[in-house]
Write a protein that binds this ligand. Structure first.
Ligand SMILES: O=C(O)CCC(=O)C(=O)O
Length: 253
């Protein structure tokens, strides 16, 4: 609905450009978030069935690209309230490409999303209050202006007998740590309330802070987008517009 689209203020735009991230407060209502949490818990505990539902026990329990089989997640991914803020950050039309739902704080080591998804940015919605106990996002402000570690720097091709996890922890994460140190800027934890959305640039160095109260739930939905005109695309996932139309677009390389 066009009427729901509120863009960034000049102050928000300037904060995003300087820091590479921005918190939008109360984008989703508490009722909407609670319904989403109940839905995810019902799926997790088998109280509800959904064809295609699969939860990985990686970075805490999480689901990957759930929007492809769950209309509930799709609705949030292309919710009209996210459209204009994303347009303002990109300076053009966004296309939705990927979702990850985290049941718990991920403790994901520092990384840059554009290593995995070139040109992307993220809208990360806190479905519950996120404090320093349940593993908030941690970001290095301004790091989106520093170096981006790409697949040219650290190929994703695995060495013989190497697992993906080893590639990440032995070769990729240390390179990001190096850039983090070069940037010489302290990281900050992003403490947010239920319904807040953290927008962040895909070059921003970020990760999941330690979970100080193990076992606590920290439902969050990370939605990823790329500019509509980006040709930097090597996946066969649908690229979804905010009007719900889909396309699949392969990199010409
Ligand atoms: O939610 C988290 O703990 C980490 C999320 C993250 O790293 C990401 O969405 O790329």
């Amino acid at each position: 609905m066009e009427s729901e689209q509120v863009g960034l203020t000049n102050q928000q735009q300037s904060f995003y450009e300087t820091n590479g991230y921005l918190v939008l407060e109360s984008v989703f209502t508490q009722e909407e978030c609670q319904r989403f949490v109940d839905h995810m818990e019902d799926l997790h505990n088998g109280r509800k069935e959904l064809t295609g539902f699969f939860q990985q026990d990686k970075y805490g329990y999480r689901t990957f690209n759930q929007h492809l089989y769950d209309p509930y997640v799709m609705e949030i991914l292309i919710d009209a309230r996210l459209h204009q803020p994303l347009k303002d950050c990109f300076g053009g039309e966004p296309e939705a490409i990927q979702t990850m739902h985290f049941y718990e704080g991920s403790e994901h080591p520092l990384h840059q999303d554009q290593y995995y998804l070139p040109d992307c940015m993220s809208a990360w919605t806190a479905m519950v209050d996120v404090d320093d106990n349940n593993g908030p996002l941690v970001v290095q402000p301004g790091s989106h202006k520093g170096r981006l570690i790409t697949k040219q720097d650290v190929p994703m091709t695995l060495h013989p007998d190497e697992t993906y996890e080893q590639q990440q922890s032995n070769r990729y994460f240390p390179r990001v740590e190096q850039v983090f140190k070069e940037n010489a800027q302290d990281a900050v934890e992003v403490l947010v309330n239920q319904g807040d959305v953290v927008l962040f640039n895909g070059r921003l160095i970020h990760g999941g802070a330690p979970v100080l109260s193990p076992g606590t739930r920290r439902h969050a939905l990370a939605c990823h987008y790329i500019p509509y005109h980006s040709e930097n695309w090597e996946r066969d996932w649908p690229r979804i517009s905010f009007d719900g139309s889909c396309r699949i677009h392969y990199n010409k390389m």
